[in-house]
Design a protein around this ligand. Structure first.
Ligand SMILES: C[S@@+](CC[C@H](N)C(=O)[O-])C[C@H]1O[C@@H](n2cnc3c(N)ncnc32)[C@H](O)[C@@H]1O
Length: 261
């Protein structure tokens, strides 16, 4: 029997601006089950903010302990000297990574920013439950922030971002923000999804890693995989931004860009 999730008649590349592109976007946004099978030579952008209550609740309630502990462990391995100072988490969402970082870095003051109020509400509950309200501050901030914002804030010893880049309409915003917010020689750690080769491969990753999750989370995960960048694209972004960070694939669906400003 033919797999009802896929439409084999559109099993070819969909170019931005082509006749099929609006249909593909509609089908991904509104009917996550009816996904055309296409190569993902180009990314399919998704909305920037995750600001519906349903999205925030599903994301905040999901169990990301394994991947988030793994990325926090990777951060510590790569920056063992970071034991004090100030760390900024860009696009902190419901602060699961933010709190895990604060827990393993007891001497560090942690600031998280996000443009979505719903996410921050969930994040503040998590910070309070972890007993970290004196050391972790979450603020609403839509990137890009005005240049003076970071000067007012004071520069950071470390800037972290996890799963934000693929949401931004312009990826240069992330790299310019890091450049503006970090002090010279600050630690930078950007953890991201990596775009698979096709919507079929994206669907397989969704099934493998969020099989039992609510549909809203599975749809967001699928859309995020389609919106993510490849290692080569991130390297090109960094070259354009003048940031000398290493970019490495991690496992079957992530990449990390890291180093010092
Ligand atoms: C996939 S979530 C990642 C949250 C968290 N970093 C994590 O790894 O669990 C992406 C977050 O980026 C936020 N975001 C997207 N675009 C943004 C922008 N332009 N300014 C600020 N936050 C943004 C969204 O609201 C969302 O909370």
């Amino acid at each position: 029997m033919r797999d009802r999730h896929f439409h084999p008649f559109v099993a070819h590349r969909v170019s931005p601006g082509s006749v099929e592109e609006p249909a593909l976007r509609r089908s991904i946004r509104r009917e996550p089950v009816r996904i055309p099978l296409v190569e993902l030579r180009d990314r399919i952008p998704e909305p920037e903010l995750m600001d519906t209550a349903e999205q925030a609740a599903a994301y905040a309630d999901a169990d990301f302990a394994q991947p988030h502990d793994a990325l926090v462990a990777m951060f510590r391995e790569r920056f063992p000297g970071l034991v004090s100072g100030r760390l900024l988490d860009l696009g902190c969402g419901p602060a699961d990574v933010t709190v895990r970082l604060a827990q393993v870095l007891p001497g560090v003051q942690v600031d998280g920013v996000d443009g979505a109020a719903e996410m921050l509400d969930r994040g503040r509950e998590r910070v309070a439950a972890a007993g970290l309200s004196d050391r972790v501050t979450l603020s609403r901030l839509r990137l890009p922030a005005p240049a003076q914002h970071w000067a007012r804030q004071g520069l950071y010893d470390a800037v972290v971002s996890t799963s934000l880049l693929h949401h931004l309409a312009d990826p240069a915003v992330l790299w310019a923000t890091i450049d503006a917010a970090a002090r010279p020689a600050a630690a930078v750690f950007v953890w991201e999804l990596r775009r698979p080769a096709s919507t079929g491969a994206a669907r397989a990753l969704v099934d493998a890693y969020s099989g039992g999750e609510p549909e809203v989370l599975r749809t967001d995960f699928f859309n995020s995989l389609c919106a993510a960048y490849t290692v080569a694209e991130v390297r090109a972004q960094l070259a354009g931004a003048g940031l000398r960070l290493a970019v490495e694939p991690v496992g079957d669906r992530h990449l990390v860009a890291w180093g010092h400003t």
